[in-house]
Each structure stands twice: as structure tokens, then as C-alpha cells.
Design a protein around this ligand. Sequence first.
Ligand SMILES: *[C@@H]1O[C@H](CO)[C@@H](O)[C@H](O)[C@H]1NC(C)=O
Ligand SMILES: *[C@@H]1O[C@H](CO)[C@@H](O)[C@H](O)[C@H]1NC(C)=O
Ligand SMILES: *[C@@H]1O[C@H](CO)[C@@H](O)[C@H](O)[C@H]1NC(C)=O
Ligand SMILES: *[C@@H]1O[C@H](CO)[C@@H](O)[C@H](O)[C@H]1NC(C)=O
Ligand SMILES: *[C@@H]1O[C@H](CO)[C@@H](O)[C@H](O)[C@H]1NC(C)=O
Ligand SMILES: *[C@@H]1O[C@H](CO)[C@@H](O)[C@H](O)[C@H]1NC(C)=O
Ligand SMILES: *[C@@H]1O[C@H](CO)[C@@H](O)[C@H](O)[C@H]1NC(C)=O
Ligand SMILES: *[C@@H]1O[C@H](CO)[C@@H](O)[C@H](O)[C@H]1NC(C)=O
Ligand SMILES: *[C@@H]1O[C@H](CO)[C@@H](O)[C@H](O)[C@H]1NC(C)=O
Ligand SMILES: *[C@@H]1O[C@H](CO)[C@@H](O)[C@H](O)[C@H]1NC(C)=O
Ligand SMILES: *[C@@H]1O[C@H](CO)[C@@H](O)[C@H](O)[C@H]1NC(C)=O
Ligand SMILES: *[C@@H]1O[C@H](CO)[C@@H](O)[C@H](O)[C@H]1NC(C)=O
Length: 838
Amino acid sequence: MRKLSEGQALLSILLSILFLFPSSIARDTVIPTQPLSFPDTLVSSNRTFALGFFPPNNSTNYFLGIWYNNISVHTVVWVANRQSPVTNSSSATLSISTNGNLTVSQQQNSTFTSIITPSSALSNPVAKLLDNGNFVIMESGSDFNDNRSYVWQSFDHPTDTLLPGMKLGWDFTRGLNRNLTGWKSDSDPAQGPYTLAMDTRGDPQLAFWSGSNRGWRSGPWTGYQFSGVPETRTYTAFNFYFVNDKQEVYYMYTVSDPSVITRLVMNQSGTVQRFVWLEGTGEWSVYWYTPKTACDSYAPCGPYGTCDPNDSPICSCLPGFVPKSPQDWALRDGRGGCVRQTRLDCKNRTDGFMTVSNLLLPDTVNVTVDMNMSLEECKTMCLMNCSCTGYSNADVRNGGSGCITWQGDLMDSAISVDGGQDFFVRLAASDLKTLLSQSQSEKRKHKAIIAVVSVLLALLLVISLAAYVWRRKRQGKQCCCFLSVPDSSDEQYIVERTENEDLELPLFGLEMVVAATNNFSFENKLGEGGFGPVYLGKLDDGQEIAVKTLSKTSIQGRDEFKNEVMLIAKLQHRNLVRLLGCCIHGEQRILIYEYLPNRSLDAFLFDKERSALLDWRTRYRIIEGIARGLLYLHQDSRFRIIHRDLKASNILLDEAMNPKISDFGMARIFGGDQTKAMTLRVVGTYGYMSPEYAMDGIFSVKSDVFSFGVLMLEIISGTRNRGVYLSDPDEYLLGRAWNLWIEGNGLQLVDPSIGHLYSKNEVLRCIKIGLLCVQEHPEDRPTMSSVVLMLASEDAGIPKPKQPGFVLRKGYAEGDSSSSKPEFQTGNDLTFTMSIGR
Ligand SMILES: *[C@@H]1O[C@H](CO)[C@@H](O)[C@H](O)[C@H]1NC(C)=O
Ligand SMILES: *[C@@H]1O[C@H](CO)[C@@H](O)[C@H](O)[C@H]1NC(C)=O
Ligand SMILES: *[C@@H]1O[C@H](CO)[C@@H](O)[C@H](O)[C@H]1NC(C)=O
Ligand SMILES: *[C@@H]1O[C@H](CO)[C@@H](O)[C@H](O)[C@H]1NC(C)=O
Ligand SMILES: *[C@@H]1O[C@H](CO)[C@@H](O)[C@H](O)[C@H]1NC(C)=O
Ligand SMILES: *[C@@H]1O[C@H](CO)[C@@H](O)[C@H](O)[C@H]1NC(C)=O
Ligand SMILES: *[C@@H]1O[C@H](CO)[C@@H](O)[C@H](O)[C@H]1NC(C)=O
Ligand SMILES: *[C@@H]1O[C@H](CO)[C@@H](O)[C@H](O)[C@H]1NC(C)=O
Ligand SMILES: *[C@@H]1O[C@H](CO)[C@@H](O)[C@H](O)[C@H]1NC(C)=O
Ligand SMILES: *[C@@H]1O[C@H](CO)[C@@H](O)[C@H](O)[C@H]1NC(C)=O
Ligand SMILES: *[C@@H]1O[C@H](CO)[C@@H](O)[C@H](O)[C@H]1NC(C)=O
Ligand SMILES: *[C@@H]1O[C@H](CO)[C@@H](O)[C@H](O)[C@H]1NC(C)=O
């Protein structure tokens, strides 16, 4: 039965080939006695590429080209006669003469285009289409896997597409300049205005050309990547190469997973795009492109200006420089650039250097590179040379090596946190002095403020202590509350408050909190958090607060607790719930948070009716928001915080359904008995706990990543991850997600209440990232920074997930009852605390 259907399939393929190309069976070579005429095609031996004559869309002309043979969208990757089309297809022919000249011709017009005249005469030439898309000419019988036998290859003459294994750049020995030039239009593959080429002047870099005007440039190769393309390092599916020696300067990439089909294209409108083929959806997806931002044009901020795409206005001057034309700059036109405040004084050797961090290096066309020089030697050399305006390391790997020195104007530098590096700009002594004293006076001011503040604080402390003692005497019931006033700014990263602002923290009595919550009345109760009940409160000024009372189990002392809370209250991020302050009353501890009316994510996600309010865009925004908030906790805040209890009920939603992580300070506040990596008390919610944490009490940022992964899959599927060791893995969310994923049915996981309005790619990418996060081994799981990157990038760079933790433990859980693993109950969503005997 099966044999038969395979045979039928083969037959139908053969028939269709015969039907499409009636005059010949597909072959992969052209020899003198067998020219190729339209509509025949050559097909590479593993059937990946095809070569033949094709008409572009809306054109009556025919061109000889190479396209993907096995892809449903006709995609041309190379054109032989882009400037000289064949007008009558019925006589279009590709032939190779006995001496090896390859020509495209149409008989009755007797015009022909010589594609190539080989450098050495061949006695028995053959032209062959290889599996990698390279069309080569060689002596018949020589080894077509050895590139030394090619007397000519299409890879040396790219059109607009760079395939894996093709080189973009110079071969000096053969005088080849391999560059990509976009088509004129969809219907005309002739050379358009835009070219991507290797600029070998100074320190080589890729650059756009439109005629003789240079546009975007990649910046020099830093050892890991082109400095202007920092994303490169996160693309694990590709290998990137940059070779710069006497014979060659080129850029090349290969794919590490041969099933990934990708191409880099210079498109007709002046954008470089990297595409990857998505077989599932049957389309090319743009994985990366450039130019992206206003800073990607050439020198938008002129000489000595620097561009920051995340700033507004984008232009500023390098330190020690001022706008040349302040009027233009005021009108947001920075192209005029900047000028020195003070002229250099080279003769007296008084000049010095100012460090500029995270700088995407200025244009390197006029630089001098010496790979054997240290940074110190580099500095000396620059100082000795009166036209030198700055220097930097040529290779940033291993702490930096090599020396680049700039002569003349510093053009087209930009701020790039990911791709930038330290740059040292030459300044006159007086400018340096001013800059240094400015930064010092800032520090001094800071110090002065701190001094004043400490005195005031001390005073305050004495007064409040006195008041405290007095009140304690008077009523025997005391409290000390600290409440910081939220500010209304909604920057993603609000700079942490400086010491002096703590002064503004008003002190509140417990009475106030009691009044605000109606004496902790039942009506005001919002719910039960992991550590105690939560109440809604309303301050006198109308501000609503959430009041969280902590059960009296904390082991922290009062001051420790207060300090901890004050530290955490300073953490500010759009995706974290603001902790406003705390109250300490004897053993009782109370935390005061901003109140978010939309309650928590689980109230929406797992509710049949309300879940329909979460369309895919909202869910995706929620996922992104949580990822950013968590990244901030893990990395970007002043101290590393591991949440340890990330779950849907700890994600609160504001009016606009923006997610805010709550309870993020609890791990720290309750952190008395833990070393860096181990805890005796396991705090958390199962379903969200990583294997290593639940079993061994080992936690790290990666246990949070696990919880995040579970949360992500819950958001996509709208179902809770219940239990851990269930007999049917399909009842266990991670198991179900994994099984659907490996079967290729990932989309079946999607919550039906989302409807059909979603991007399949995005959903599949999210499922993939979710699965990556819940992998069994912490070291396999990505960090939150790569999660954030992966969420923003396209699919192909994301590694394949391995089996989630817990999933395959079925047999182990059922069979091995002697194991010492802790007992879990199922179906409960409350945070629990558990002691592991050791
Ligand atoms: C072909 O040309 C027609 C009319 O000029 C236009 O509407 C159509 O979009 C073109 N098709 C393609 C594929 O470019
Ligand atoms: C052609 O593509 C189909 C669909 O992706 C795939 O199943 C098949 O193996 C491919 N054939 C070859 C020869 O690559
Ligand atoms: C022509 O245009 C159609 C529709 O836009 C597209 O599917 C097809 O691949 C194009 N063909 C070529 C040769 O570009
Ligand atoms: C194209 O060539 C065929 C055969 O050689 C000929 O019959 C036909 O008239 C030609 N068409 C044009 C437009 O020249
Ligand atoms: C073919 O090659 C020979 C040298 O091998 C050269 O003299 C001749 O001009 C070439 N013909 C064409 C049409 O390019
Ligand atoms: C021959 O081909 C060229 C283009 O290659 C065309 O301009 C010319 O009109 C054609 N001549 C004849 C007689 O068909
Ligand atoms: C065909 O060969 C190329 C180059 O060796 C390889 O990358 C590709 O995966 C192969 N394709 C198939 C379908 O075997
Ligand atoms: C030939 O292939 C080798 C190994 O793949 C490579 O190192 C070399 O650069 C290639 N030479 C040319 C001219 O493409
Ligand atoms: C691109 O390559 C072609 C052929 O080698 C050369 O003539 C042209 O000048 C190159 N363009 C640029 C911008 O390097
Ligand atoms: C070129 O790429 C840009 C960016 O991806 C895209 O917006 C534009 O439509 C592309 N142009 C063409 C003609 O495909
Ligand atoms: C530099 O040297 C010149 C004489 O060559 C002198 O007049 C000038 O004051 C010196 N400047 C500084 C800043 O020392
Ligand atoms: C490089 O040097 C040339 C000649 O001195 C000059 O015209 C050009 O503006 C310089 N380019 C940059 C980017 O400094």
C-alpha cells in the first residue's frame, strides 16, 4: 500500500517534470555538444538550485538565472546577463564552446553575450551547477568539490544575493571585487543604483554605495562582528567569517544547520535584507535588515557629531566639541557637525585624550591600523602625530588589542551599547581640564549633598527616635512607616533615586494605614498573597494603595527589613509594581504598593469570559513586558534580584493591560537563611518551579527563567500548568506543549479564545522561546537578555529547545518510590514554603 503510493508520487513528479520541461530530463551540466535552450533547466544534483531562462514579472525579456528549485516562491539568486536580455525566448540558448567560452545567445538576431572567457584554455570544458548554487566551469573529469579546478565560478560574480559560502569583498590576486548590486526593478534585473561593497580603505568595512555616494557602513570588524551590526553575535544559526589579509578581504557566512535556507539581498530600494525561508508558512521572512534608524544614514550629525538612535534629538557632539551652527542644531539638523572648543596645541605636547564609551567607531576610511600595537603605544603614536585626532583598539576580543589611529575629521560615529567600544578623542589641555572638573564638581556636589543629607537624616533620626520613644511610652502601640511618593514619569528606566531624595519620604503612622484600609476590613481585602493578606487602601489625598501584611515569620531584623525595603523601593521599571514603602509595627510588617485596578493576569488568563479580552497582541505585549521587567531585576538594576515566585497571579495589569511584576523583593526580604545558590527553605509555587530548585533547593536566575517559560506557555495556551508528575503528560502543560511542538503542531497549543487573528510566526517563536526557558538543565536555558533579544528578532537564530524539565520523569515518578524527591500535591496555586531536610 505504502510502496504503491510512493511509486505514484514518484511517477507524478516525473510526469510533472516531463510536462514542464518536455524536451529533456533535468541535468546539471552544459557541455559543448549539449547546449541549454529555453525552456530546459539545469538542476543541481541534490535538487536545491535550478538554472535556466526566466522572464521577470511583467517583462517580455528573458534572462539566464539561478533560482531555488524546491521553494514555492520563485526566487532568483543570480542573473548572468542582467544588462543584456534575450528578447525571443524560443531561441534563447546557453552554450559552451570547445575552448570554454560560455555564451548566451538568440539565434535569429545572432546577438550573443559572452558570460566568460576562461583564463586558461580548456580542452574538454564542462559547466556545472553545484548544490550550493555555484555555477562553475572546469575541465571535464576534474573534482567539482575542489574550488581549485574551477576556471570560472558564478560565486565570483554575484548579482544582488549572497548565498551561504559566497564571499563579499576583494580578491587582490585575481583583481576581483565581489559586491552586491540591487535590481533596477522587479521586472528588470539590470544593475540598479545601490551596491553593497567592501570598502578596503583604512580599516575595511562594508558600505552602501549609490553611484559614488557612500551611505550606511557596517563599521570595522571588531573580532566578533562588524561594530555596526551587533546583532550578529546572537545569531546562533549562522557562522560569520571575516578575512583580512594581503590576498583577500572578504565577509562570508555559512549556516550551521543545513536545513536553514537563507540569503542576504541588496534590494532595489537600498536596503540589505537577510531572509530565512519558513517552510511552515511558505514564505521568506525578513530576519534582519539595515539601514534601520536615522543614525544609519551616513554622518547625520556631521564631523565630530555622534548619533544616538535612542535619544531625541539624535545628534550630540563628542566631548570637547560644540555645534558648528547652533541654529541648525536647534532645528534638528545636525549635518553641519561640531567644532572644537579649543584648538589643539600639538607642538607643546599638552594635548590629551578623553574616553568616549560605547562608541560605534568613526568612519575608518582614513585610519591607520597596526595589529601589533598595545593601547598605550597607540596613544603615544597618536600624540606624536599632529594630525591624529583619536585612537582605539582594533580588536576588542580578550580585553582589546591592536591600534587604530584616525587622521582628520571624525565622521559618522554613533552610540551603540551593544556594538560600541571605548574611543579616545584628542582634546586640547584646557578642554580636558574643563571636562574633568565638570565631572569632578558633579561628584563634589554629590558629596556635599550626601553630607548635608546625612546630617539632616541623623537629625531626623534623632527626632523620630525621640518621637518614637515618646509615643511608645504614651500608647504602647507604635509604628514606623516609610512611604515614598511615586512620580508620574513613565520612562522605562527611571534612574534610581539619589540619596537626597529620601528626605522627601514622609513618615506615616500605622493609624494612617489602618484608616486607609478601614481597619483592615474584610471588604477591603483584595486577596491572599504568598506571604499574607492584601488590602486595598485609600490615602487622604485619594491615592489608592495596596497594603500587604506579611505573616510574622520573617527572620530579618527590623532595620535590615527596612533597609531592604527602601532599597527595593528605589528600583523603578515600567514593568515592576512600585513598592511605595513599609510599616513596621512590632513583629508586624506591612508593605505598601501602588494599586493596579486590573488585578492580576491569572484573573484574565484562566477565566473563560475574560480571557477573550486578551487578544494575541495584548498577550505578546504582556510577555515582552514581563521579560523586560525580569531582565531589569536580573541584570540592569543596581543589585541582582532573583524573584523566585514568578507566576500569573504575581503579574498585575494596569489600565492599559501593561504587565507589572509584583512581589519581586520578597526573595530578598525573606532571604536570611540563604547562601548565594542554595536555600534550605524552598519558596515558590509548583508548576512554576524549576527541577533543580524544587528537588535540590538550588536557585539562580535560571530558575526564574524556568518560571518565565511556564508563564509564557500559560499565556499562549490559556491553561494553567498544573501538577508535576501526572500520569498523562498531555495533562501537564509543559508535556503537552513539548509533544505538540515536536509533532510540528505547535499552533494547536494556542488558546482558542485568541481567535485567528495572530501571527503564526510570532506565536511559534514564543512557544519555542517558552520551551527553551523550561529546559531541564539550567545551563541550557537562555538568560533573560537573550530572551528579550529573541523576542525581538526573527526566528532562524533561535536554537532548538530540548525536552522540558519534568516531562520525561514519568517512569521515574511512578516506579521509583524509594527516591528522596519531595512530595508534591497537585492543583493548588498557593505559594508554599517547604523545608528540605539535610
Ligand atoms: C505588473 O504590472 C501591472 C500593471 O503595470 C501591475 O498592476 C502588477 O502589480 C505588476 N505585477 C508585478 C508582479 O509586478
Ligand atoms: C523539497 O521540499 C519539500 C518540502 O519542504 C521537502 O519535503 C522535500 O524533501 C524537498 N525535496 C528535496 C529534493 O529537497
Ligand atoms: C511574479 O509575481 C508573482 C506575484 O507577485 C510572484 O508570486 C512570482 O513569484 C513572481 N515571479 C518572479 C519571477 O518574480
Ligand atoms: C522568435 O523565434 C521564433 C523561432 O526562432 C520565430 O518563429 C519567432 O518569429 C521569433 N519571434 C520574434 C518576436 O522575433
Ligand atoms: C572565446 O575564447 C577565445 C580564446 O579562448 C577568444 O579569442 C574569443 O574571442 C572568445 N570568443 C568570445 C565570443 O568571447
Ligand atoms: C537584437 O537584439 C537586441 C537586444 O539584444 C535588440 O535591441 C534588437 O532590436 C534585436 N534585433 C532584431 C533584428 O531582432
Ligand atoms: C544540497 O547541498 C547543499 C550544499 O551541499 C546543502 O546545503 C543542502 O542542504 C543540500 N540540500 C538537500 C535537500 O540535500
Ligand atoms: C577554496 O576552498 C577553500 C576551502 O573551502 C577556501 O579556504 C578557499 O578560500 C577557497 N578559494 C576560493 C578562491 O574560493
Ligand atoms: C562592484 O563590482 C564591480 C565589478 O567588480 C566594480 O566594477 C564596481 O566598481 C564595484 N562597485 C563598488 C561600489 O565597489
Ligand atoms: C527593501 O527592504 C525594505 C526593508 O525591509 C522594504 O521595506 C522594502 O519594501 C524593500 N524593497 C523592495 C522593492 O522589496
Ligand atoms: C606653547 O608654546 C608656545 C611657544 O612655542 C608658547 O608661546 C605657548 O604659551 C605654549 N602654550 C602652552 C599652553 O604652554
Ligand atoms: C579622508 O581623507 C580624504 C583626503 O584627505 C578627505 O577628503 C576625506 O574627507 C576623508 N574622509 C573622512 C571620512 O575623514
